[in-house]
Structure formats: structure tokens, C-alpha cells
Design a binder for this molecule. Structure first.
Ligand SMILES: Nc1ncnc2c1ncn2[C@@H]1O[C@H](COP(=O)(O)OP(=O)(O)O)[C@@H](O)[C@H]1O
Ligand SMILES: Nc1ncnc2c1ncn2[C@@H]1O[C@H](COP(=O)(O)OP(=O)(O)O)[C@@H](O)[C@H]1O
Ligand SMILES: Nc1ncnc2c1ncn2[C@@H]1O[C@H](COP(=O)(O)OP(=O)(O)O)[C@@H](O)[C@H]1O
Ligand SMILES: [Mg+2]
Ligand SMILES: [Mg+2]
Lengths: 112, 295, 112, 112
């Protein structure tokens, strides 16, 4: 199993979620984060307010998937989250040694 | 014959009613239901899925997926069933079980039509979809067994689940063809003889999604109740996986007691579109079954 | 060492923290996250407008532990965070190659 | 590649960022988190307000780096984020199996 962590532009969240839904993926954990990178924070319009900040709001998605799904999930996120402009973000693949579904105690691929 | 058609319809409509009724109290305990409703016996929607009154869940919807596939292909076509499951999943249904989702996803991504044998996949997701399989194969037991296991393995490949599916299908055949409850009881006893884990006497009151708990609840209330309403109310008031125990108990009770056994107050509350489609598809399934084609 | 990541229902945080303290675990990093899964968000009335809040607030706990404590920590979280109702959450076990206590420069199990 | 996760005191963020920029590291993802540990949350001054809470606000930085930079990055964070007082935080090193730059599809070290 792998834990896929994707840092994306916030307005792309719904689109990425929909695309993952099309391949049967529903379980995602999302956090609001601040991005520093090549895309500089200057004044940016975000939720109707002008930010003079040195970071850019990003969305981080965490998706635990079984190994056989990794390729498809990465491809899906990359195709949909991409705008071609700086700041589109990253996809990180982290090894996931074990997963447990708290409600049932199920482990492994049955847990995610 | 009209009686067969009547009982077949009552089974499918009954299933939808059991689903919609039980969904309100799904995941509740018997004491929670008792303190909130006393005896829960009216279709009011709500529940953890925030349903409208008379709205059905994955139980009825997956059964309709199988029915539509068979009717449109006019033959048993596992791929057509899988395609319908996939289209249904993409349509963002109100709920979908974890094991069903995993199997449908395997089909969407890899074309898998049979999940690997899994000793843990003994949930009730395959059993709850048995009715259209039983109708389409009526009254052929061999055909029933073949179709039952094939459709089950799309998501659940497990001997306990297989046994429950087949027994349920056999009981539906018997009930729709007019058998007495004592004959149906012998069929259930046969399952218990081969798989003692299904023993429901004494009934332990477990009604979870584990197919053994589900079938114990279904059998206990189907054989104890003396009317469609008694059977279904008994089952759903056990709580836990109430929409599914309700749906399965009601498909048996509907097949046994016929349309006249179904309370009007429940039928009126149901989603009209779903009931209309069920009536149409039930006729078509029967028309395509060996029983009809023999005439 | 492992990094244990647990996604739980927010009201369970104090209970889980107390249970972990009972087994000698004190260091935890917590974030507020948004959960998407089988448990659905809904429409909420807020200042007269209907919001489709399609996520469920969750709490994410990150706990770095030495290998010998992993089993106990997972078991503790799972027992305490469980309600048996959909949405209880997940426990993920991620390999942790190195840990450093910033204050002292200590490494490995001494750092966590 | 590794994913370096650092939990630090919030007022240290700018200093750590500047130090990382000095060694050529620009891409960082930051989240606001709550810390529980040896440093007890009691009343603490945070953004001008006194908190009576059992957690301490922390900043989490995530930095994906190629293997050859790990040592330098860890050393830099540890030197700059340290005050010597309890609560300075942790640095965790997590294996990163793959990284993708969404904008270009680049993989591996070229992606980060
Ligand atoms: N090495 C890194 N580690 C962690 N997060 C990073 C890293 N590099 C970039 N990011 C995240 O990705 C976002 C986009 O990166 P940026 O360099 O602006 O553009 P691009 O991804 O298009 O090359 C940043 O705002 C930050 O959140
Ligand atoms: N594959 C996944 N990867 C990451 N987080 C997930 C995943 N599946 C579920 N989650 C998280 O766990 C929470 C609960 O999941 P859910 O499917 O609602 O119920 P349950 O855990 O009871 O099966 C979600 O809200 C989400 O935060
Ligand atoms: N085992 C751990 N796993 C994850 N985060 C931890 C762990 N221990 C500490 N932390 C984080 O590091 C912060 C500082 O830890 P603390 O024990 O207060 O002081 P110090 O790091 O100086 O020993 C905590 O507030 C918490 O955010
Ligand atoms: Mg259901
Ligand atoms: Mg159910």
C-alpha cells in the first residue's frame, strides 16, 4: 500500500475529487496548507480578499491506496490538477506499511 | 400464472420497502430504537444517510442493476451486470458498502469479473442482490446456483456468502411457486445442517452486515412473523444492518404473502419511480425465465 | 521507528490522548483536517444560506514511536476511537527512518 | 528522496525558511498544527492572545529533498529552530518513493 500525498491549487480540489470518484475512489483526507516555492506569494486574490503574503494557499490531499491503484491515481491527479502554470504542485508517494479501519479493525487493503 | 407474477412483484416491491424502512434505523441498537420510536414501523426516511421517506439505498439499487442487465441482454451477461454496477457507482449513489466498492473498482480498473477468494468477505452485499437472479432463473435450481455464485463473486468470493445466496435463492423459488412455510423452513434447516454457523435457534439478536448474522435475523423473523408486516417490523427493530436485513426478510415475506400482504401505508410512501421500474422489470424477468418460456 | 498517523472523529481526541498518556505516550502532533469517505457531509444552514458542506471535520494525530510500542499504540487508538459507526477513521503506519529532537540534537528513539 | 517533516515553534518559521533558501531549498509546504508533549500548554501568549489550552501551536514544515541534501537540510533546521528550551520540536525523515511535479510531469529529483 502507499500513502499518496498531493499538494494542489485549492480551486482544483473538486475537480480532482470528481475524477477520483470516477475510478471508484472516495476516501480522501484533506488539509489546508501554505505553499512556498517557485510560485511567489505577492498579492493574490483568494476567497475574494487580496493577500500580500509570501505564501500561496494550497490544498493537501492524502489518499491511502493499494499498490495496484497507485499508477492510475497518480495519473488522474496529475492530469486534472495541472494548469501548466507555476504552482500546480506535487505528488508524493510514501510507503504505507499497514492500515487499519478503526470501525471494524480490518487491516491492509480491506482497511482502505 | 397470475399468482406467480403477484408473488414475484411482492418480493421485489417488498425488498424496496424493507430497504427504505430499515434504512432509518441502520446502525442503531435495539435499545436506541426502542427509546426513540418504541416499535419502529413507519417509513419516515432520515437515518444516517438523511434519506427522504420512501427512498431506497444500495440494496435495491444494486438489485435493479442486475435486473436491467439481464433484461436488456435477454441472457445472463456478467459483464453487463458489472457495467451497470460501475455506472451506478459513478453516479454517486447514496451509499455503497466497502466490499462492493472494492469489487466494482477492480472491474472498472482491471476488468476483473471475479474477486479472489477471501475468508473475510462474508458480508451480506451479494445476498442482498439475489432476488433478480432468483426471478430470472425460476424455477431452475442449477441455473440459480450458477448465476448466484457468478454475480456474488463480482464483489464477494466467500463460501459462507455463496451458501447464503444459494439458499436464499432456493427459498425465493419455493415461495414464489407457492410452497408452504414449513417447506421453506426445511430449506433453511438444510443450510444450517451444512453450515452450522447459520443456526438461528436460539436467536442471538445479532443483525450486523456479516452474512451469518444477517441470515439468522432474516430466518428468525421470517419464520416467527405471521404476516409481511410482522416479519419486516421484527427484522428492522433488531437495528444494526437494518436496511439489508429488512430488504432480505421482506423479499422472502413478499414472495410468501404476495401483494395483499403488503401494507398500503408503506407502499404509498415509496418512491414512485422505483416502484414503477420494479413492476416493469419484474414482469420482464419472469417473461425471460425458464418457467415462462416453457409455456 | 514508525510514524503513526490516525484520522479520528474530533470528539474522540481527548479520550485517545488520555489513553495514550496512560501507556506513557505524551508527544503527539495534531491537525484539523477534512474527511471525505463513506460518511457524507450535508447541507447546512449558515447565515440564511444553504451550504453544501460535503466533508466531515476529522482530527489527524501524528505520533512517532519506537518499533516496540507500535502494536500497543495502534491497539489503544483503535479501541478508544471506535464507535462502530461509519466514519470512525483510519490508522496508517509509515516507516520513520530518523528522528531528531531539535532542542538537544538527540536522534532515534531518544528523540521521540 | 526523503520527505523531511519538521515540527517547530511558529516564531521560528521565517528564520528557518531563510536559512533553507540560503542553501538553495525553496519548496516547502507548511501547516499549522497543535503540539502535545513535554512542553505543557497552560497559558501561553500566541499572536497577542493568552491561551489556556492543553496544546501549544506549532508549525509543521514538509520538505521533499533528494538524498544528498538530507544531512544539510536537517542540520540547518536543527541549528536555526533550536532555542534550547522545551518544545523546540522534532525533525522526522520519511522515505519518499516517488515525486511528481504536476505542472510538467517530471519525476524524481527533477520534481522537487
Ligand atoms: N520540495 C518540496 N517539498 C514540499 N513541498 C513542495 C516542494 N516544492 C514545492 N512544494 C509545494 O508545491 C507548491 C508548488 O511549487 P512551486 O515551486 O511553486 O511550483 P511547481 O510545482 O509548478 O514547480 C508549493 O507552493 C509547495 O506547497
Ligand atoms: N483511502 C483513504 N485515504 C486517506 N484517508 C481516508 C481514506 N479513506 C477514508 N479516509 C479518512 O477516514 C475517514 C472515515 O472514512 P469513511 O469511509 O467515512 O468511514 P470508515 O472509516 O468508518 O470506513 C474519512 O472521512 C477520511 O478522512
Ligand atoms: N512522538 C512524537 N510524535 C509526533 N510529534 C511529537 C512527538 N513528540 C513531540 N512531538 C511534537 O513536538 C513538539 C515538542 O515536543 P516537546 O515534548 O514539548 O518538547 P521537546 O521536543 O523540546 O522535547 C510537541 O508539541 C509535538 O508537536
Ligand atoms: Mg443500504
Ligand atoms: Mg445495509
Amino acid at each position: 500500500m502507499k500513502l499518496i500525498e498531493a499538494i494542489i491549487k485549492p480551486f482544483k480540489l473538486d475537480e480532482v475529487k470528481d475524477a477520483l470518484n470516477e475510478i471508484g475512489i472516495e476516501g480522501i483526507t484533506v488539509s489546508e496548507v501554505k505553499g512556498f516555492g517557485r510560485q511567489k506569494g505577492h498579492t493574490e486574490l483568494y476567497r475574494g480578499a487580496e493577500y500580500v503574503v509570501d505564501f500561496i494557499p494550497k490544498i493537501k490531499m492524502e489518499i491511502a491506496v493499494s499498490d495496484d491503484l497507485v499508477g492510475k491515481v497518480v495519473e488522474t491527479i496529475q492530469n486534472v490538477a495541472k494548469t501548466g502554470r507555476i504552482g500546480d504542485g506535487k505528488i508524493f508517494i510514501i510507503p504505507l506499511e499497514e492500515a487499519v479501519r478503526i470501525r471494524t479493525g480490518e487491516k491492509g487493503s480491506d482497511a482502505i | 400464472p397470475d399468482e406467480i407474477r403477484d408473488r414475484a412483484r411482492a418480493a421485489f416491491i417488498g425488498m424496496a420497502i424493507g430497504d427504505a424502512l430499515g434504512a432509518t434505523v441502520e446502525f442503531m441498537t435495539t435499545s436506541e430504537i426502542a427509546s426513540k420510536y418504541g416499535t419502529f414501523k413507519d417509513i419516515i426516511g432520515g437515518g444516517w444517510l438523511r434519506l427522504k421517506p420512501g427512498q431506497v439505498t444500495d440494496d435495491t439499487q444494486m438489485a435493479l442493476c442486475i435486473a436491467r442487465a439481464v433484461v436488456s441482454r435477454q441472457t445472463w451477461a456478467l459483464e453487463a451486470v458489472a457495467d451497470n454496477f460501475a455506472a451506478w457507482l459513478k453516479s454517486r449513489p447514496v451509499d455503497c458498502g466497502d466490499t462492493c466498492r472494492k469489487g466494482i473498482r477492480a472491474y472498472m480498473l482491471h476488468g476483473t469479473l471475479e474477486m479472489p477468494l477471501n475468508e473475510w468477505d462474508a458480508g451480506n452485499g451479494a445476498a442482498m442482490r439475489m432476488l433478480p437472479v432468483a426471478l430470472y432463473s425460476l424455477p431452475d435450481g442449477e441455473l440459480l446456483r450458477k448465476y448466484a455464485v457468478e454475480q456474488a463473486h463480482l464483489t464477494h468470493n466467500n463460501p459462507v456468502s455463496d451458501a447464503a445466496c444459494i439458499c436464499l435463492g432456493e427459498m425465493l423459488h419455493l415461495a414464489i411457486c407457492g410452497a408452504e412455510k414449513s417447506r421453506l423452513r426445511r430449506q433453511a434447516d438444510g443450510l444450517v445442517a451444512r453450515f452450522p454457523t447459520f443456526n438461528f435457534e436460539p436467536y442471538r439478536g445479532l443483525a450486523t452486515g456479516y452474512v451469518v448474522d444477517t441470515m439468522q435475523t432474516v430466518f428468525h423473523w421470517f419464520f416467527r412473523g405471521r404476516s409481511f408486516e410482522e416479519c419486516l417490523v421484527g427484522a428492522v427493530n433488531q437495528g444494526a444492518d437494518a436496511d439489508t436485513t429488512g430488504a432480505i426478510c421482506a423479499m422472502l415475506a413478499g414472495a410468501y404473502y404476495g401483494m395483499e400482504g403488503i401494507p398500503q401505508r408503506w407502499l404509498k410512501k415509496m418512491d414512485k419511480g422505483v416502484i414503477t421500474e420494479i413492476e416493469i422489470v419484474t414482469d420482464k424477468l419472469l417473461a425471460a425465465s425458464p418457467l415462462w418460456r416453457a409455456f
